[in-house]
Design a binder for this molecule. Structure first.
Ligand code: ZN
Length: 160
């Protein structure tokens, strides 16, 4: 956090987005929650900041950690504000919410960005589009384990 500037302590919607763009999914430390499309809404009023997040996958164990990190990051930056972080219950996260930067970062760390439909997955190494589903559950419940017949690499992919 050394490079993060201490502002004058006044929050705007833009500055809150900037601030929480440093928070990552602990399972994918190279991709911010903003690039994952997890931030549904930021509201800033006189003395309160409200951040509404969308869970990427119901029951993903990382979610309480992400909410805590967002709260702590904002609390460190905006001492004068009451901070509320909650998950949207009515909005569904879809892989279409991932930004282009987010998709590239996922690809760069060897995780296939989610396809548009289930089974629509390309190998992050050779881009072959006919990998074999090896295990529905990868290292986390949000991902599946695939095996590429073309380049013989196993890889993980987000569930769509
Ligand atoms: Zn491959």
């Amino acid at each position: 956090m050394g490079l993060m500037q201490k502002s004058d302590g006044r929050a705007t919607v833009e500055s809150v987005y900037e601030c929480i763009s440093h928070v990552c999914d602990p399972e994918i430390p190279t991709v911010s929650i903003v690039d994952l499309g997890m931030v549904e809404k930021v509201t800033v009023t006189d003395r309160q900041i409200v951040v509404v997040l969308i869970p990427t996958f119901v029951g993903c164990p990382a979610q309480p950690i992400i909410a805590r990190d967002v709260r702590q990051t904002l609390a460190a930056q905006y001492a004068d504000y009451a901070i509320e972080v909650r998950f949207a219950l009515t909005v569904a996260w879809t892989s279409a919410r991932i930004t282009e930067a987010g998709r590239q970062a996922l690809q760069a760390c060897g995780i296939a960005p989610p396809g548009r439909a289930f089974g629509d997955v390309a190998c992050p190494v050779c881009h072959d589009t006919k990998p074999v589903l090896h295990n529905l559950f990868g290292s986390t419940s949000c991902r599946s384990l695939y095996y590429c017949r073309q380049c013989r690499n196993p890889f993980e992919a987000f569930k769509p």
